[in-house]
Design a protein around this ligand. Structure first.
Ligand SMILES: *Cc1c(COP(=O)(O)O)cnc(C)c1O
Length: 357
């Protein structure tokens, strides 16, 4: 059996969720969209269900997968509905729903619902992607209340630059939000992971942690609270071949690495078809039998190469951690010009093996 696999530590997931809730002092929707950022949404939801105030996913397809697996906790659809026909399913499966556009409000007004809906009314406070304009927000809120279809409305917005700790943009967005929601007696939800960890003064009745649940920092620089996260995923494989090369020999596609000295090259069963980033350059950290080493040469589809020259005890069958507790996914991501979000979401082909459930 090919040794590439991703170990998922559900105990670490629960630790990180608890940290989010504790530092925020708020209710927390665990964001498990995109198959829990590649960690397996159903298993993650099951592991968190006793503890979590609810879950958030991107769309109804993701929510139904959770309901079919028996998850009964609240589930919020972060992109709302794409077609009015989804409202029947939203009601039937007791889903919470973001409303971010006028046409959705009109669709709700036209729809016959038996039970009152729980809606999260999204304002565009400066991200400029989706959400109602601040100037139309109060009217939208009143219109939804007047529709008679609504039980509860949570006021929400989303930050564009909360991961930049010295950037004033989040506070500017907060000011826009506060101004536009004046006088509305409703709960609010603003903070994603970087805002939970890095912006303690921003209020929220509900926080929406995603990446931090999986133990990866959303910041490029060191941050005290982020250092308390526990990596949930360990992506690992084994050395399946060893080459002893003299100086001056090229390794792999495109000869992107040429040995500078006699070099022991280890070949690892892991490649970009597994989701390891093809753009990770020579020097990207890996851990071999618990010791630090580095990627050399180009990542290929099913294999990559590492430097064993300083690890004489390592060889065929040695365990290689591509990311996890010794090599942080966020560090690999920076080397590869990416973010840990994308690394996790790109994971494929490797089996997910769970512990701590
Ligand atoms: C994905 C998402 C989140 C979670 O963001 P993280 O940075 O992963 O914490 C929160 N809110 C909304 C609206 C999202 O789409």
């Amino acid at each position: 059996m090919r040794p590439a696999r991703a170990l998922i530590d559900l105990q670490a997931l629960r630790h990180n969720y608890q940290l989010a809730r504790d530092v925020a002092g708020a209710k927390a929707l665990a964001v498990i969209k995109a198959d829990a950022y590649g960690h397996g949404a159903v298993r993650c939801a099951q592991a968190l269900e006793e503890q979590a105030d609810g879950f958030a996913v991107a769309c109804i397809e993701e929510a139904l997968q959770l309901r079919e697996a028996g998850i009964r906790a609240p589930i919020l659809l972060l992109e709302g509905f794409f077609e009015a026909e989804e409202l029947a399913l939203i009601e039937q499966h007791d889903l919470w729903c973001v409303v971010h556009a006028q046409w959705q409000i009109e669709a709700i007004e036209r729809t016959a619902v038996g039970k009152p809906l729980t809606l999260w009314l999204k304002m565009d406070s400066g991200m400029h992607r989706v959400g109602l304009e601040p100037a139309e927000y109060q009217a939208a809120y009143r219109r939804l209340l007047a529709s008679g279809k609504v039980g509860k409305i949570v006021l929400m917005s989303h930050f564009a630059r909360a991961d930049e700790l010295d950037c004033p943009r989040s506070e500017e967005q907060l000011a826009v939000f506060e101004q536009a929601r004046q006088g509305l007696a409703a709960e609010i939800s603003l903070r994603n992971s970087p805002a939970v960890l890095g912006w303690p003064s921003i209020p929220s009745d509900w926080v929406r942690p995603g990446i931090m649940l999986y133990g990866a920092t959303p910041f490029e620089q060191e941050q005290a609270l982020a250092a308390r996260l526990q990596p949930v995923m360990t992506l690992e494989s084994k050395i399946i071949s060893v080459r002893e090369l003299p100086a001056g020999e090229p390794v792999g596609y495109g000869a992107r690495f040429v040995t500078e000295r006699p070099t022991r090259v280890g070949v690892v069963a892991m490649g970009y078809a597994d989701g390891y980033p093809r753009h990770a350059p020579t020097g990207t950290p890996v851990s071999i039998d618990g010791r630090p080493s580095r990627l050399i040469g180009r990542v290929s589809m099913d294999m990559l190469t590492v430097d064993l020259s300083d690890l004489p005890q390592a060889g065929l069958g040695s365990r290689v951690e591509l990311w996890g507790r010794q090599v942080l996914a966020s560090d690999v991501a920076i080397r590869a010009g990416s973010i840990p979000y994308q690394l996790f979401c790109n994971l494929r082909r490797v089996p997910l093996l769970y512990s701590g459930g």
